[in-house]
Design a protein around this ligand. Structure first.
Ligand code: PHE
Length: 355
């Protein structure tokens, strides 16, 4: 016959000695599991005589309840202390210095290119591209610069392999994109082309690789007034000024007639240059009305269509807008320079809508 009191006290002390949750689970199985001590004792009830079975049954059920709640209580205390131990071991020292994160910067050329594209997009210009390695025909001949023309010398071209029609060059300007785009479509046209250009020239104010933005508008009624208005509007929005004086100085480009150099008003003091009204002028690009020969070379009838074109240096625009004094630093890949003059990648230019 089972000594219920003994079974109970042994069980409670076994539970009491448990030190972790798996020991509690083991104790539960030993006591209340299928083959557990208490389970066996309950099974054995069947053999007891009826009178005794009643008392013993009640005592065993009570013992079972006590054991169950002792197991539950032990389980909770252990879970609490295990959680506390875990929390203590995982605690953070918030006074530790943080490991700095490095964040990249947007190069001023990229920033300014995006600003320019956004402004012209607002004026209805699409953006076109062409290859950096051009053939002689697109870079020169189709732009009304024949083989013997002195203008070829003006460009300090980097020549690559090939000769005759196959001669290739690093494009000396973005104007060949005019030819490619016009030959590939039908007028009217209104687009910009932005990208790297190359000339064999290197000094304080020239780098062998630089960037240009080209613009072309072809329509039936396009005149020089449109050209002036378009550039004035662009410059005002770009420099975020109410007024930017623009001056067209007569010039020569084989692919435009008439041609002009574009100057903007500025004032210079000892070591600063301010864009806007002043008594000085600064050249920022070239422009003109598209030469009839260029239209003809693209299969466009110059008696029906006419247009204007312009080209500007992106580095020059970036230097003026953001006060970057030295052209050559753009291409030195100096991380300190980029940290200083570069732009936050999350910064959204506020220019769009400024028109
Ligand atoms: N392609 C010329 C240059 O690089 C600039 C220009 C473009 C001039 C379009 C007139 C019209 O010097």
């Amino acid at each position: 016959m089972t000594d219920v009191n003994l079974l109970l006290s042994e069980s409670l002390s076994a539970i009491e000695t448990c030190v972790n949750s798996s020991a509690v689970e083991e104790a539960r199985i030993t006591l209340l599991g299928k083959k557990g001590k208490l389970t066996e004792a309950l099974k054995a009830l069947g053999q007891a005589d009826p009178e005794e079975r009643k008392n013993l049954g009640a005592a065993l059920n009570q013992a079972k309840e006590q054991i169950t709640s002792a197991l539950e209580a032990k389980k909770n205390t252990i879970a609490d202390s295990e959680l506390n131990a875990k929390l203590a071991s995982e605690k953070l020292d918030v006074t530790l210095p943080v490991v700095g994160e490095t964040r990249g910067r947007i190069h001023p050329i990229t920033q300014v290119s995006e600003e320019i594209t956004a402004i012209f997009a607002d004026m209805g210009f699409s953006a076109k591209t062409g290859p950096d390695i051009e053939d002689d025909e697109h870079n020169f001949s189709a732009l009304n610069i024949p083989e013997s023309h002195p203008a070829r010398q003006m460009h300090d071209t980097f020549y690559l392999q090939g000769n005759g029609d196959n001669k290739t060059v690093l494009r000396t300007h973005t104007s060949p994109v005019q030819i490619r785009t016009m030959r590939n479509g039908k007028p009217p046209f209104r687009f910009i082309a932005l990208g790297s250009t190359y000339r064999c020239d290197s000094d304080l104010t020239h780098t062998p690789m630089f960037h240009q933005i080209e613009g072309l508008v072809v329509g039936k009624e396009i005149n020089m007034g449109h050209l002036r208005g378009c550039l004035s509007e662009f410059l005002k929005v770009f420099f975020e000024l109410d007024e930017v004086p623009v001056r067209f100085r007569p010039s020569f480009f084989p692919f435009t007639e008439p041609s002009a150099e574009v100057d903007i008003g500025c004032s210079r003091s000892k070591d600063s240059l301010k864009i806007g009204a002043g008594n000085d002028w600064l050249e920022i690009g070239g422009c003109g009305m598209v030469h009839p020969n260029v239209l003809k070379n693209c299969g466009i009838n110059p008696n029906e269509w006419q247009g204007f074109a312009f080209g500007m240096g992106i580095e020059r625009l970036a230097m003026l807008k953001y006060g970057i004094p030295d052209l050559r630093t753009f291409f030195e890949s100096d991380i300190r320079w980029l940290t200083h003059y570069g732009f936050d990648p999350l910064h959204i230019p506020s220019l769009v809508g400024g028109l």
